[in-house]
Design a protein. Structure first.
Length: 249
């Protein structure tokens, strides 16, 4: 069986969200299909895959390799090939820059017009936009926001099903985030950066990182830890003041 035919038959059967399926298919079609799609599964070598992904930027290379791993893992499971040619290919090292975000002190004084309530709700509850767009009034009760779904169907991972304390008024969201993104753009931040605002608020409130991870719906606490280790300039000043008080005591 050629790779293109196998990939086309595989996507619908994978137990993943519709959004992830779209991302997988897109990465495959852009980066693997042209060079490898017409080859038989058992005729694709490790070197073939390396040749296909090596010219790609690190982030794209990483994503494409993950898609290739899924494809060949499933081919092995179906006994179409004996072993995966990508199993021993090392994933590229990714350097993730600390994205800019607004603190709550900054957000609470900005008037975003008709989007103010929605933007503040995202920042105060840490929802992904797809989760917020799927939220209704019936999901908010007992002073908690109950997150059980996404506009794409299921939450990004099982960890995405969670409850968080209700901190502000809710207004329904539309399916697409364009209007909110436009309101945030003059401040140099994105819709997703509002989750970092929430994480930073949890950190500032001394919420333990493992609890914060559950509140944010992260399946891996190390993802939360990357945000928790972010240090703003005012924290450096506060730490200096704290040390000075300690020395003077």
């Amino acid at each position: 069986m050629v790779l293109d035919v196998f990939a086309c038959s595989l996507w619908p059967s994978l137990d993943i969200t519709a959004k992830t399926r779209t991302n997988y298919r897109g990465a495959y079609e852009r980066n693997l299909s042209k060079l490898l799609g017409s080859k038989n599964l058992d005729g694709i070598s490790k070197n073939d895959v390396i040749t296909a992904i090596d010219p790609l930027p690190p982030q794209t290379k990483y994503q494409t390799l993950m898609v290739a791993r899924v494809l060949f893992r499933e081919a092995v499971d179906r006994e179409l090939i004996e072993s995966s040619p990508v199993a021993s290919i090392k994933a590229p090292r990714l350097s993730v820059e600390q994205g800019k975000f607004l603190t709550w002190d900054e957000l609470k004084v900005v008037n975003f017009g008709k989007q103010t309530t929605r933007i503040r709700f995202l920042a105060l509850h840490g929802l992904r936009y797809g989760e917020a767009a799927a939220l209704t009034e019936s999901d908010i009760y007992d002073d908690r926001v109950h997150i059980t779904k996404s506009i794409h169907g299921r939450t990004k991972s099982p960890a995405g099903v969670r409850t968080v304390p209700l901190m502000s008024r809710f207004e329904p969201y539309v399916q697409y985030q364009n209007t909110i993104a436009k309101a945030l753009k003059p401040y140099g931040v994105t819709v997703h950066s509002l989750r970092k605002t929430y994480a930073y608020m949890l950190k500032s409130a001394d919420v333990h990182v493992t609890t914060a991870s559950k509140l944010m719906g992260h399946s891996n606490p190390m993802v939360t830890m990357k945000i928790y280790t972010a240090v703003l300039d005012n924290e450096i000043e506060k730490s200096g003041a704290s040390l000075a008080r300690l020395m003077a005591s």
